[in-house]
Design a protein around this ligand. Sequence first.
Ligand code: AP5
Length: 232
Amino acid sequence: MRNDSIIVLVGPPGAGKGTQAEKLEEKFSLIPLSTGQVLREEARKGSVLGQEAQAIMEQGDLVPDSLVAEIVRQRIEETNSSQAVLLDGFPRNLAQAALLDELKGERPVFVINIRVDEDVILKRLAARRYCVKCGKIYNFHLTTPQEEDVCDACGAQLVQRGDDREEVIKTRFRVYRDETEPLIEAYSQTQNYFAVDGNQKPQVVFEEISTKLIEVDPETGGSAVRPEQRSV
Ligand code: AP5
């Protein structure tokens, strides 16, 4: 893998994108960007962006492309083509993929699709907590923190996400099917796309992704968008 690569994690809500992102960042020294995490942080700070995003996120819908575009643009430009970037949660539709194509320049893009069954996800999301300060993800079926509701990594509070309520999860699945599945279908036709079975244990999923990333052809990059679709 080239060191200016852009790696994109896609998959349904709760598939394990954030969990794998944490592990991949460390192993491959990647610069991470989770658009969901940035938006949650902005909401917590009460910024204009955060206030606008919060209501939409709590309903399970996607925030407008223009809001996430600026966040991603900044992160990709900051890395100055010298470090590989890991995108978790972006792009999420074909318009955002067109934006990524514009921003990536000559950098190769690798897309990893984490596939998980919906009934498995529902159980995972019911048991998920995350750290309000460092964003670390927990699942009470897998590991419990040493102290109840306190992050092992930074000592801040663990909370349940506002969008992990059952009715919101249903909306998130619908949005995923309507907006993101067509994007994944388009990416699946490209050279640097691969899918992994995310129903397995986190470490097994991580090893599969790592092996694929080590094997990939360093000279090519995937684009989900055909030239005639590049409208934004
Ligand atoms: P975002 O934060 O991106 O949420 P999501 O895509 O719904 O995904 P999640 O974060 O819920 O799950 P995940 O796949 O990271 O799974 P995790 O590792 O936590 O986005 C939230 C909202 O922000 C969106 O709805 C939208 O409103 C907005 N937004 C974000 N990006 C946007 C964009 N580009 N455009 C527009 N709007 C945007 O794992 C889940 C649980 O399972 C955890 O408890 C974990 O410990 C556990 N787990 C993980 N892997 C395993 C495993 N292999 N086995 C058992 N348990 C596991």
